[in-house]
Design a protein around this ligand. Sequence first.
Ligand code: ATP
Length: 590
Amino acid sequence: MSEGNPIVELAKRRGFFLQSADAYGGVSGFYTFGPEGAALKQNIEDTWRERFTIQEGNMEVDAPTVMPEPVFEASGHLEGFDDMLIECPECGDSHRADHIVEDNTDLEDAESMAIERVEEIVAEYELTCPTCGAGLAGQAIQQFNLMFETNIGPGSSSPGYLRPETAQGIFVEFPQLAEYARNQLPFGVTQIGRAYRNEISPRKSLLRVREFTQAELELFIDPEEDEPDLERVEDVAAPFYPADEQQSDDGEIVEATVGEVFEEGIVADPWIAYYLGIAKRWYESIGVDMDRFRFRQHLPGELAHYAADCWDAEAEVDGDWIELAGFAYRGDYDLSKHAAHSEEEFTVFKQYDEPVTVERPTVDPDMSYLGPEFGGDAAAVADALETLAERDPDAFRDAQADGGAVTVEIDGQAYAVPVEKTGFEIEEVTESGEHITPHVVEPSLGIDRALYTVLDHSYREDEIDGETRRVLELPPEVAPTTVGVFPLMDRDGLADRAREVVDRLRDAGLAVTYDDSGAIGRRYRRQDEVGTPFCVTVDYETLGEGDDSDLEGTVTLRERDTTEQKRVPISDLAETLTELRDGDIEFADL
Ligand code: ATP
């Protein structure tokens, strides 16, 4: 996205976001949110917290951004969190090979192709370097790990990584978090925080950066029992783009409700369906244009190997569909991995309704027989007998029936043990429950992409009094500033009265800006451009209506989108603006 883009230009000029460390030449993929952007981002995060944590009864955590290497060994990021890197032989610039393929051919999903295939395609289509135009045919493509590495403490004995997603900070604390949830499934844990990916070629402004904010929810469920309350979202309508529609020549978007797509099996998992509904409502509430929004199912080749199903929320920005969020059914992959790599239990105890009596096979091998018979291998044979008893007790029963031997295999070698020397028995035990590894459903949203989309979708230009007006039609709930307060003139006590109004509104918790410079029309334009939904003007009528001390009288309240103005008593102003911001009343109702 070039500097000529109106959003990028507006963002820099009015303090939404700017390339960071510009004084030192800047580094791509890092942005500083200016005053307007930081406030907008905070408000977006607050609404996410409200909808995904508080209203859903989930718990929020705040984990470190640096984590030790074993965490990422277990999660698989060390081994496989790679993108395809191709370097230009002429200018030396690095690019993502899969993006070059997707941008310049009609092939899709190059990310899931084998490196050799992508190399062939680069040669076959004579693809060139996006920076200098040199041919890339014959250039080797490498796997490039996206994690930023660091050392924890002096020396290099304790490598750590900046987290590439917030999720692992939740998974590694699962044993403790399950305790906080009183070991009751289902429960959900959320986190809003920074994530870091050393993207090969950051691009499109905030849409692909190296440091960004994620808002993730990990839902821990019992796949056999837990179901969401789908009724709460069943009427939420959205465009859905299932995998089979994407694969068919005349594939279409399905306009349907969450209830319908679940009923028809288009979205198979009820938890995913539920959170698609919650997410649709949230995206709409923060100002994403629902005519430029859809849920797209991952194609089979796109799915991570552990994910049973995954849907992305996508928005159209500058003619491209970009991923805003992923909603994945991850099974027990994450918890099982951490259980296998650590000393901890990543399970919960599931109580049965009634205690159950089960048969448990046990062995008690006669070591005075196994020792002389198998020498150094005796202990391994005993272990193998135990494993076999759990896996296949019939092998022992059959041997008992014909008075024969049980055979175990260790490293390709067979060891036959007479069944009476194995101490095989079936015990009857009464169990009150079992340890299960919960399954995980993960809605994973990016805040920066949401913020950029909201700016892009809310930006419009119109004409007022023959002049172009640039306006951000941000929903009042997320707008950086709720109200601009202006004295009509900077004299005759108008400014003092306006400052008193400002104090009163700030005391009520409203985000207020005061502006007394330039013509009133220009002041309105400045607020329109940063999305301030309301402006208040203190004029001579205000002064004429009451004395200074009790702030009687009325002011002009102007609505950004319609530019309509109404007179409102100062005494009601804070309450009226709060209700307008929270969507409890409409300007037209005043
Ligand atoms: P992409 O395919 O676009 O690289 P991804 O599938 O790797 O994204 P996830 O790992 O699912 O992304 O991350 C969840 C969310 O985090 C994304 O939907 C997106 O909103 C955000 N995100 C991921 N990478 C970036 C990035 N480099 N810059 C900004 N946001 C990002």
